[in-house]
Design a protein around this ligand. Sequence first.
Ligand SMILES: C[S@@+](CC[C@H](N)C(=O)[O-])C[C@H]1O[C@@H](n2cnc3c(N)ncnc32)[C@H](O)[C@@H]1O
Length: 242
Amino acid sequence: MSEDSPHRAVRSFVKRGGRTTRAQQRALGQLLATYGVADAPRPLDARSIFGREAPLVLEIGFGNGETLAALAARYPDKVYLGIEVHEPGIGHLLLQLQRDGIGNVRVLPGDAVEILRDDIADQALDEVLILFPDPWPKKRHHKRRIVQPALLQLLAAKIRTGGLLHLATDWQPYAEYMLETINQSRWFDNVVTDHGFVPRPHDRPETKFERRGQRLGHQVWDLQCRRNRSETGPGQRHPDPA
Ligand SMILES: C[S@@+](CC[C@H](N)C(=O)[O-])C[C@H]1O[C@@H](n2cnc3c(N)ncnc32)[C@H](O)[C@@H]1O
């Protein structure tokens, strides 16, 4: 990636304060040894992390992790990675994994763009979820939105052919931007023939942010696309500035 890439200079998050409880602090200090990936050989894929071949699902920006934990408990034959920067949320998920004895999730604290670029093996991911990403509603902040062509290019290198990318948002202008970006992408094909949104998939758990939006009367838009066979090409592996 070039030095002036937007994903180096402009991040899709600002570190929120938020109170980290003592239990979450303890989890961050102790449980990452069990549920982290520090010891796994790079680049990361299902085998290097879990020691076996299995469909690998990544959730980017898992918030408090309840969706990731619910999916992992429901689908024990799949293996899951979650990336998040918000420490209380990471602590919350670690505690839930321990409490519920969920063994098929690993947690990566940090910026998803950097972790994807530096740590995840090409073609390693079977499915990626980005659920209710920060909408950054002000125009001058749109460059902070995580879903943009540069991210799709990076994901195209990391998702195997036929793999699924699932996006959801309750912010209509972002939903329309996501749809346009997906439909213009060379590497992803919308799963529906009318190139529109999909009805809420029955197996997608409700998220914390989704419930908050519902209390405010927000509508929800889900979008799914599959990685097609188009090559990303050697010079296109990592996103360049748009
Ligand atoms: C609006 S919240 C949604 C959380 C959760 N998906 C839900 O629906 O409840 C967006 C989350 O994405 C995280 N996030 C934003 N940019 C990120 C990045 N580049 N890497 C990792 N996490 C990120 C934020 O910290 C925040 O927790």
